[in-house]
Design a protein around this ligand. Structure first.
Ligand SMILES: Cc1ncc(COP(=O)(O)O)c(C=O)c1O
Length: 365
């Protein structure tokens, strides 16, 4: 049995440290916005080459609060990718703005900057690129477009902590970077959590105020806020895990390299890494025409494989009223039909990788 990911294996490897960290918080009696949150904010911000980090309740809230702090609302358009998790677009809709979906580059599954340029209207306020599966979106051209057209950039970096383009970390390109600590993420909590990174102190302060019911001083609320704080228990255990993040990224890259070497020998097309990027392999995703059959076959062999994502966002019932006809965003729709993510986690052994590849070979053969 080879699962798509194995959170228990990771816990076993750091169990004593995690238990001690959680125990420490329980004994401190300080559960919300305490020293661990503050320390984690500093550590993650620095790691992301940013001046500020603000811990929030989830990656979804990181996006929500960022949109709010940037003043994006009714009547505004935000250009984004339809090949992502729903929160990328739903947070735009929640803010009262309209997501404008443009197609992806089929090699990277990330926003195609040429398509972004074409979609800009007088209502466009921001671009929200997603660094999907751990590979940075094309931030060079995206930032150039944003700077020329006076648009905000909200990086959805939920899947890509530590990823780089030309030595620069994701989350440091745009106005804000939004991270998720959902348990399955490369840096995952044991519950929900998220963070916003930014180099703009005023924006960091706005998000800080928004997360605590819109008040700098308790019971003296200045603006309409949210309750969205990262809690101390999650922050304490995330700080333990954070120490291992680079090691785990290296292991993910080892897994990806071996998959790619073995799969290309078998004639399977392997994930494309753009030159100059550091891909952190949140997912290892291949494209195959007979994807659904392959997934069932792998399941029968005791191998977990998942489809991220089976329906592109513009084709969700949720967005039926936006009227994107079938076939309108060709590469996103093709990806939704063909992608399959294989088991990927730092503890995956070379033998297990070989077993997955052998199963794929015997299916194809
Ligand atoms: C691309 C992307 N954006 C946003 C989110 C939302 O994060 P969360 O689940 O922490 O709210 C996720 C993950 O779940 C994601 O993968």
């Amino acid at each position: 049995m080879i699962p798509i990911l194995d959170l228990k294996a990771q816990y076993q490897s750091i169990k004593d440290e995690i238990n001690e960290a959680v125990q420490g918080v329980l004994e401190s009696g300080r559960f919300i916005l305490g020293p661990n949150v503050e320390a984690l904010e500093k550590e993650v911000a620095e790691y992301c080459q940013c001046r500020h980090g603000v811990g929030v309740a989830s990656g979804t809230d990181a996006l929500c609060l960022s949109l709010h702090a940037l003043g994006i609302g009714p009547g505004d358009e935000v250009i984004t990718t339809p090949f992502s998790f729903v929160a990328t677009a739903s947070t735009i809709s929640r803010a009262g703005a309209t997501p404008v979906f443009v197609d992806i580059d089929p090699r990277t599954f990330n926003l195609d900057p040429d398509e972004v340029e074409i979609a800009i209207t007088s209502k466009t306020k921001a671009i929200m690129p997603v660094h999907l599966f751990g590979q940075p979106a094309e931030m060079g051209p995206i930032m150039e477009i944003a700077n020329q057209r006076g648009l905000k950039v909200i990086e959805d970096a939920a899947q890509a902590i530590g990823a780089e383009e030309n030595g620069r970390r994701v989350g440091s390109f745009g106005d804000v970077g939004c991270f998720s600590f959902y348990p399955t993420k490369n840096l995952g909590a044991y519950g929900d959590g998220g963070m916003v990174t930014t180099n703009d102190p005023a924006l960091a302060e706005k998000i800080d105020v928004l997360r605590r019911q819109g008040s700098k001083r308790k019971y003296h609320n200045e603006v309409l806020g949210f309750n969205s704080r990262l809690d101390e228990i999650q922050a304490a255990l995330l700080r333990v895990k954070f120490k291992y993040l680079e090691e785990w990224v290296a292991e993910r890259q080892r897994v990806a390299r071996l998959y790619s070497a073995l799969l290309s020998q078998a004639g399977v097309e392997t994930p494309y890494e753009r030159p100059g990027v550091r891909h952190v392999y949140h997912q290892y995703t291949i494209c195959v025409a007979c994807r659904d059959e392959l997934r069932i076959y792998l399941q029968e062999q005791g191998i977990g494989a998942m489809i991220y994502y089976p329906v592109p966002l513009h084709r969700l019932k949720l967005y039926a009223d936006l009227d994107y006809p079938a076939g309108s965003l060709e590469f996103s729709e093709q990806a939704a039909r063909e992608v399959l993510s294989l088991p990927m986690y730092p503890e995956l052994t070379d033998d297990q990788i070989q077993t997955v590849v052998d199963a794929i070979k015997s299916f194809c053969g």
